[in-house]
Design a binder for this molecule. Sequence first.
Ligand code: NAP
Length: 255
Amino acid sequence: MPLLDNHIAVVTGAGSGIGRAIAAGYAKEGARVVLLDVNGEAAAAAAKEIRAAGGRAESFALDVTKRGDCVAMAKQVAAEVGPVTILVNNAGIARRNGMLGADDAVINDWEDIISINLTGVFNVTHAFLAPLRANRGRIVNIGSIQSFVHLRTPSSPAYTASKHGVLGFTKALAAELGKDGVRVNAIGPGFIETPLNERVRASNPDLVKVFMDHTPLGRPGKPEDIVGPAIFLASDLSAYVSGSIVMVDGGYRTI
Ligand code: NAP
């Protein structure tokens, strides 16, 4: 029996990288998936691929920073698809400017990164809370190594703050929603090859080497590496797991 039969799963940022892989993985486990992305065309292409493989998938354009749009989307999904039982807050951006750059850039980074990576998680969770509470739902938030540390490579304080925030939000929500049977967990990916870091990989092999020198498994991750842990946290396999973060980082934090 597939692990996510009878579930409806919403995945944000599902048009690319990790979110796209999770949506496809959930569909293979029997879930009906709703792919949301600011890039509606990318989400539609990913949903089409899932349907072509025999899965059930719908897609809609959604910018997670727009609170009103998130509320409207939750209503639309309830009406057109059904009650959501799994939410994956995956949409995110990363930039590598420190605090000492030009004021405009530093301030822009703070506003963009916090509004997408942290407030976006709040917006979507808040919008879908009713069906999740009514159906003993599962929430999976995508954190990072930077939910714990600042990196040994250039990285923005805003990104680190946003991912620490995602972990804090995960724990607070797990504590509050446990009485409704809602489980809330996070995944902490290490260096995963996706479009998010495509330019850095192409232009800065030294930076990639720093990551690999601190990755005992000795290779970068692939989006597919996140899928198993994401299925685990959304399924009954993790029935007594809440408020946790599963690191999927090749062992990065051991060195
Ligand atoms: P990705 O390939 O760039 O995918 C992210 C998706 O989110 C893109 O389709 C992007 O659209 C979308 N998005 C951006 N802003 C959005 C918004 N306001 N509303 C809705 N969707 C939005 O990146 P990824 O590597 O898969 O990253 C997914 C998550 O994993 C992020 O939260 C990231 O921080 C986290 N993560 C990634 C790594 C890694 O090494 N890749 C490591 C740790 C954590 P556009 O492309 O149009 O912007």
